[in-house]
Design a protein around this ligand. Structure first.
Ligand SMILES: Cc1cc2nc3c(=O)[nH]c(=O)nc-3n(C[C@H](O)[C@H](O)[C@H](O)COP(=O)(O)OP(=O)(O)OC[C@H]3O[C@@H](n4cnc5c(N)ncnc54)[C@H](O)[C@@H]3O)c2cc1C
Length: 154
């Protein structure tokens, strides 16, 4: 099968990506590494009217240690986190990453994409819950979500 038709946009600013998605009639989706989304589209399990490709949004490429917190932007690949010495500060994350699929998949797949996809069998959402990770969400109305806390899902 092939994906149903969709509009493709590749904004270079986060605010433009948010505006593109807000402008759809609820059928927009983000594409990051495409490792889960591409098969879902190909099987027509999802039929978004717009795909917002966030890979040109430079501000989402942040990978930095600030105090004890490791900041992982939405376009940061799993393989980069696995290999970068900065991730030694979060040993559980470093231990879990090699178990995610295979190396080629991790070269494209993002940490945040795995969290957003939220497969109950996936390693990274479990790690995020164990470490009480904070997800910073951007949208027309900004907010924060903290897995494992009573605010989960807000
Ligand atoms: C063959 C194969 C084997 C796999 N094996 C494993 C495994 O062993 N363990 C494991 O944990 N996972 C596994 N996966 C899943 C895979 O690791 C992740 O689902 C994938 O890396 C998600 O990241 P992505 O950047 O590719 O997301 P995409 O495929 O681009 O997106 C996935 C979903 O998340 C949404 N999304 C992505 N980024 C954002 C964002 N920034 N904001 C909002 N929504 C967003 C998309 O709209 C889509 O719904 C496997 C996948 C495949 C195809």
């Amino acid at each position: 099968m092939k994906a149903a038709p969709f509009a493709y946009v590749r904004p270079s600013k986060l605010s433009d990506a948010v505006a593109e998605l807000a402008g759809t009639s609820g059928g927009g989706k983000v594409i990051a590494g495409g490792q889960s989304l591409a098969p879902v589209l190909a099987m027509r399990l999802a039929r978004p009217d717009t795909l917002a490709d966030i890979n040109s949004v430079e501000e989402l490429d942040e990978f930095a240690l600030s105090g004890e917190a490791l900041h992982i932007g939405a376009t940061v690949r799993q393989r980069r986190v696995e290999r970068d010495p900065l991730s030694r500060s979060v040993p559980l994350l470093r231990l879990a990453l090699p178990w995610v699929g295979h190396r080629e998949l991790r070269s494209r797949g993002t940490v945040c994409g795995s969290l957003a996809h939220a497969d109950p069998a996936a390693e990274l959402p479990a790690v995020a819950c164990c470490l009480d990770a904070e997800l910073s969400l951007s949208g027309p109305g900004p907010g924060r979500w903290r897995p494992g806390s009573s605010s989960a899902g807000r």
